[in-house]
Design a binder for this molecule. Structure first.
Ligand code: 9MR
Length: 560
């Protein structure tokens, strides 16, 4: 036997000796056999907290005191748990939270449902993976509230409801101030949907009721609505509109506007936003508004016009750079030479076109430069002091300042054949031969009840297309004698229809702009006494037969 191989007897003796000699007998400590966590399950909404309690038990079920509990849970995407067992819900889902004592654990399932917990100071709930956001302002709810959000089921069908966007927010208690609801739209809207016109609708009983358009964030694909309570909401498509149909055809349907009214008259703004994808300033980009003193510009109204157009996703046209009307008195009363007036014109065009570079898609560079009698260029301050080449220079400076803007020659009484139209073609030919950058011809189309025929409209549009130029109807209205019977409005509608049909049939005709929206604000009665009712919306902004005809023709063969 080696020295390392002790006999079993000796080992037993050694153990007995050491135990009794150096270690006192310990007080028996109860062994933890299980850990009981209460409550047994916990359901919260994001932002809401709950407290868990862990109780270690021995094998007999008695509580073991004096033990340290360690809490652990998921990585924190659903809920977090503190060292003292306080759970805070983070995002929808379920997670197991465990309490561990001496290697024994108890687990509880924490379920976080869609919704949020908001106190009286207000806050934001983001639910359904960002498809629903509810922003409650401070003071809008009287006490802290748990809001639930779930996909709305069994909602009444509506062909204007965008699939996958209906949600129910509980409770439906009213807020004392409007909250903002944002619903995300997916790739659902088709080409004809005017995205800035998407709106939120609320289910009231079995009826979907639209909320006013508050705004659409096209980058985040969110439709915003002001809501006064919980309830069932969904995204609504706008009704069929000139704008929706025009969009599907890559066509421009425009209106001349007054930005002040646009910003202050909700009814006007609603019609514009719904029906038009192109705007032109009826007055605020003219010399008298834009350039009131030789040394100073007044850009505020023009800027407002551009900002509104951008916010509404509309094309903005520029009107006007070279015109003999609505000029400031410093200009009309000044004494000019060819050289000094050319300098004034150059500086104005460069300043204005640069200011709106990239924001104006096309400019009426030269307006009404043709003499009414067809004799050629109209004698004006510009064309007499500078000469007819004032027109050439205006186009050249505009092109140099904004190479991307389309440059138009714009005039009236050239929609059909005649001496003035012949003079138009001669001027176009001269400009093109001289290498002047002209892109299109604008036909104002301030029409009477006896306009050119469809064939005549077609013929002139074809002449312009043959010059490799675009065309547009830029100031369309059809004045009706005040004394006419109601049926005159049907006749007027036919004329509107003829114009838009001619444009739609000519590939180079880019769009139709009406000179205003409503008869209430039309320039016609103040200039043509005894005439009015020239526009597609009446004095009370109601659509007229002209509107119905435009809608039918633009929408022919398309789905809304
Ligand atoms: O509609 C415009 C009206 O409010 C102005 O008082 C007027 C001043 O000349 O200009 C009107 O618009 C004109 C446009 O600028 C050019 N073509 C003829 C339009 C109707 O007169």
């Amino acid at each position: 036997m080696s020295s390392r191989q002790l006999s079993p007897i000796l080992v037993a003796a050694l153990i007995a000796c050491s135990g009794s000699a150096t270690t006192p007998t310990p007080t028996p400590t109860a062994t933890v056999a299980s850990v009981v966590v209460t409550p047994t399950s916990l359901t919260l909404v994001p932002g809401q907290g709950g407290t868990l309690t862990a109780t270690p038990k021995d094998a007999a079920g008695a509580t073991v005191s004096g033990k340290t509990v360690t809490w652990s849970g998921d990585a924190g995407s659903v809920a977090t748990v503190s060292a003292s067992g306080v759970v805070t819900a983070v995002g929808a889902g379920s997670a197991n939270i465990s309490a561990t004592v001496d290697n024994k654990s108890g687990t509880v399932a924490v379920t976080v449902t869609e919704g949020g917990y908001i106190g009286t100071a207000g806050g934001t709930i983001t639910a359904m993976s960002g498809a629903v956001t509810l922003v409650i302002p401070s003071g809008a709810i009287g006490s802290s509230t748990v809001f639930g959000v779930e996909a709305a089921s069994g909602t009444p069908a509506n062909s204007r409801l965008l699939g996958g966007t209906t949600f129910t927010i509980t409770p439906s208690t009213a807020f004392s101030q409007d909250a903002t609801l944002r619903l995300r739209y997916g790739s659902g809207p088709g080409a004809g949907v005017v995205v800035p016109q998407l709106r939120i609708a609320r289910l009231v009983g079995t009826t979907w009721t639209e909320l006013a358009v508050v705004g659409v964030d096209q980058t985040a694909r969110l439709v915003n609505g002001a809501v006064t309570a919980g309830g069932t909401y969904g995204v609504f498509l706008p009704p069929p509109s000139l704008r929706g149909y025009a969009q599907q055809r890559s066509f421009k349907i425009g209106a001349a506007v007054d930005p002040t009214r646009w910003a202050t008259d909700a009814q006007y703004a609603a019609i514009l936003g719904a029906e038009f994808n192109s705007v032109v300033a009826e007055n605020v980009m003219k010399w008298d508004v834009l350039h009131p003193q030789q040394a100073s510009y007044n850009f505020a109204p023009g800027d407002q016009f551009i900002d509104l157009a951008v916010a509404q996703g509309m094309e903005a046209r520029g009107h006007v750079l070279l015109w003999h009307s609505q000029l400031p008195t410093w200009l009309t009363a000044g004494s000019w030479t060819r050289t000094t007036l050319l300098a004034v014109l150059k500086s104005h065009i460069e300043t204005v076109v640069a200011r709106y570079r990239g924001k104006i898609t096309s400019w009426d560079v030269a307006n009404e430069v043709l003499a009414d009698d067809g004799s050629g260029v109209r004698p004006t301050i510009w064309t007499t002091t500078i000469g007819p080449d004032a027109i050439d220079s205006a186009f050249a400076w505009a092109r140099r300042t904004d190479p991307d803007a389309k440059l138009y020659l714009n005039d009236y009484a050239i929609e059909g054949p005649g001496a003035k139209t012949d003079a138009l073609m001669a001027l176009v030919t001269r400009l093109q031969t001289a290498g002047i950058p002209i892109d299109g011809v604008g036909f104002q189309a301030h029409l009477t009840m006896t306009p050119p025929s469809r064939a005549q409209f077609d013929g002139v549009l074809a002449l312009i297309a043959a010059k490799n130029l675009d065309s547009r109807y830029t100031e369309l209205d059809v004045r009706v004698p005040d004394a006419s019977p109601a049926s005159a409005l049907d006749q007027q509608a036919t004329i509107y229809g003829t114009v838009i049909s001619a444009c739609l049939a000519q590939a180079r005709c880019r769009g139709v702009t009406t000179w205003g929206i409503t008869d209430k604000l039309s320039w016609i009665p103040s200039v043509f006494a005894g005439f009015g009712r020239a526009l597609p919306f009446d004095l009370n902004y109601a659509p007229k037969p002209a509107y119905t005809t435009l809608l039918a023709l633009l929408g022919a063969g398309l789905s809304p």
